[in-house]
Design a binder for this molecule. Structure first.
Ligand SMILES: [Zn+2]
Length: 90
């Protein structure tokens, strides 16, 4: 087996990242023509991590407009104790 240079390994890793399939995410609120609301915490739960944090747009594919509304809705739901502020790891 020929000895590989570190440079080559680096190149391979770079290619792996570039070739990784990237799903095109579409904003679910734009698709269904709805607005995120604090009245449906079970729907908001999808956009919250297992630790209770709001997921970034890059992870969920929500558009900027609906991410702003979503953040507000999640904060309202938290205030009404419909969603947790934080979840302690076990
Ligand atoms: Zn949207």
């Amino acid at each position: 087996m020929p000895k590989r240079k570190k440079k080559d390994e680096k190149k391979d890793r770079k290619n792996l990242v570039a070739q990784a399939p990237r799903r095109v995410l579409v904003c679910p609120f734009c698709q269904t023509n709805t607005i995120p609301t604090y009245k449906s915490p079970e729907e908001l739960q999808r956009f919250v991590s297992d630790r209770g944090r709001i997921l970034p747009r890059l992870r969920t594919g929500i558009c900027a407009k609906h991410q702003r509304k979503l953040a507000q809705a999640i904060k309202r739901a938290r205030h009404l104790a419909l969603l947790p502020f934080s979840v302690r790891p076990r």
